[in-house]
Design a protein around this ligand. Structure first.
Ligand code: PGA
Length: 250
């Protein structure tokens, strides 16, 4: 089993270049000894270069929060995986719930974005998760299975194994309401079992499954000690070096 424990900080539409650079610099100082944990920051595209500069030499990865389905062309306002890569990004998020629910990214769009990122050589995190309504009507597993199936499409096992998954129940994102470790572990175990029935065993063993949704220093250790929770994707608590480094070191 060679899954890499990964903690991501998703800054969403926050922190311009100066602020982002400050937080990134503080973070580098705070997490010198992070063992074998991979840390990735996802600033806004506008702050990408400033953050890359601030973390240079630290081993911290910097990624893009979303990409377009095309490399280049007449797509005003968009960013692409290849351009992010050429700017120095080494990672990407696709399928974040805000992309799905605020911007209307369909499962098919998320799949095309995933391919763009993998083709560009980015370490890619595919986000999945159910809404409260779906959980309350016992559809969680069906929703996760569909997001996994259409997200990966016909990708071969060796490419699936390079993807990081982030299980983020939509009702827990930015709400302060965290899934209990038992609830999160149950969903993660389902995701792992889904991978096991769809691909050779080593894929399920290798894929890092992050939990996301109001992760903070106070609940990180309990969540991260669950057998199928291999990391975290952190929003609000990643905006300050103090709380984000406490999660990384948890
Ligand atoms: P949150 O966001 O930690 O603020 O809930 C998580 C995410 O959106 O990835």
């Amino acid at each position: 089993m060679s899954r890499v424990r990964t903690i991501g900080g998703n800054w969403k539409l926050n922190l311009g270049p100066a602020e982002a650079s400050k937080v990134a610099t503080e973070l580098v100082a705070a997490v010198v000894d992070r063992g074998d944990t991979r840390v990735t920051l996802f600033p806004t595209a506008i702050s990408l270069t400033a953050v890359l500069e601030a973390v240079r030499g630290s081993g911290i990865h910097v990624g893009i929060q979303d990409v377009h389905t095309a490399d280049s062309g007449a797509y005003t306002g968009a960013n692409s995986a290849t351009l992010a890569r050429s700017a120095g990004a080494t990672a990407a998020l696709v399928g974040h719930s805000e992309r799905r629910h605020v911007f209307g990214d369909s499962d098919a769009t998320v799949h095309r974005k995933l391919i763009q990122c993998l083709d560009a050589g980015l370490l890619t995190t595919l986000c999945i998760g159910e809404t409260l309504e779906q959980r309350d009507s016992a559809q969680t597993e069906a929703v996760l299975a569909e997001q996994l199936k259409s997200g990966f499409g016909e990708l071969p096992p060796d490419r699936v194994a390079t993807v990081t998954l982030a299980y983020e129940p939509v009702w827990a994102i930015g709400t302060g309401r965290t899934a209990s470790p038992e609830m999160a572990q149950e969903a993660h175990a389902f995701v792992r079992a889904w991978l096991r029935q769809a691909y050779p065993d080593w894929v399920a063993d290798d894929v890092c499954i992050q939990y996301g949704g109001s992760m903070k220093p106070a609940n990180a250790a309990a969540l991260l000690s669950c057998p199928d929770i291999d990391g975290g994707l952190v929003g609000g608590a990643a905006l300050k070096a103090e709380s984000f480094s406490a999660i990384i070191l948890a």
